[in-house]
Design a protein around this ligand. Structure first.
Ligand SMILES: [Zn+2]
Length: 271
């Protein structure tokens, strides 16, 4: 595979780079004379590091950016990529505008090392939005953006490069770690992941962790289905909370938030 020691070519002219911070995967798709970037990292400094890494990969300018969803670690670097066009789901734009400052405050409080850098973020949401599906022309190559339903958030999209068979899953999938449920719709997540599975035709790049394949997606789908099944049994009073936590697919300490979020959705509190 080309790309040097830090970029991995996962399909024809489709690259990923895995950053130590949050074990995050960033994607780059090269077309004729231009590049598309998938996710922009957490802060201006991180975005500039990414831009410098892209310069070492390709002489082509980044003309297109895709935000897989509205979480800060995927969209707070957007501004440094202008004047590129930034693509995302319509609720990705809305949530960055509504909740961006809350996210900034939470990052500053929770990650003091990042506070100064995150204070300088210009929240710059996608300007090209869609509700169901769209396609981007990257120098003659088609890249498909598709919303498959609620899951990890209310606005996750998947990015598919059809001529290379590569799928970028954003945080709908996470490898080597428990997926983040803090803004999730756990009851709908399995159906969304099942629709994603139908689009898999080769490598699957999660938002965080190592690159996977169809078997990885099936495993994660199984875990997501188990979360729903356990939460339903607890909600129905068939099992107690301790039994529920021990039946979850993750360690008990990592299972509290997924279980509580699923229960909240079953109680109708998330709508
Ligand atoms: Zn993330």
């Amino acid at each position: 595979m080309r790309g040097g020691e830090d970029w991995l070519e996962v399909g024809d002219r489709v690259f990923t780079r895995r950053y130590r911070f949050f074990d995050q995967q960033i994607g780059v798709v090269l077309g004729d004379g231009e590049a598309l970037v998938i996710d922009t990292r957490s802060t201006p400094a991180q975005a500039r590091e990414l831009l410098a890494d892209i310069v070492r990969l390709t002489p082509f300018p980044v003309r297109h950016v895709v935000d897989s969803h509205w979480h800060y670690d995927h969209a707070f670097g957007n501004h440094d990529f202008r004047p590129a066009t930034i693509w995302g789901h319509e609720r990705c734009r809305a949530r960055l505008l509504e909740d961006g400052e809350d996210q900034r405050a939470r990052v500053a409080a929770g990650l003091p090392d990042l506070a100064a850098d995150v204070a300088s973020v210009v929240i710059d949401p996608p300007d090209r939005t869609f509700a169901e599906a769209t396609a981007v022309d990257v120098g003659g190559r088609r890249v498909d953006l598709t919303y498959l339903g609620r899951g990890h958030t209310d606005a996750d999209i998947v990015i598919v490069v059809p001529d290379a068979g590569v799928l970028f899953a954003g945080d709908l999938l996470e490898n080597d770690a428990v997926p983040y449920f803090g803004d999730a719709y756990p009851i709908e997540w399995p159906a969304t992941a099942r629709r994603l599975l139908a689009l898999v035709g080769g490598p699957v790049v999660p938002g965080h962790g190592s690159i996977g394949d169809r078997a990885f997606v099936e495993r994660q789908l199984g875990d997501l289905e188990t979360v729903v099944a356990v939460a339903r049994r607890l909600h129905a009073g068939e099992i107690d909370r301790l039994t529920a936590l021990s039946a979850m697919p993750f360690e008990p300490a990592s299972s509290i938030e997924p279980l509580d979020r699923a229960l909240a959705q079953l109680r109708g509190e998330l709508d």
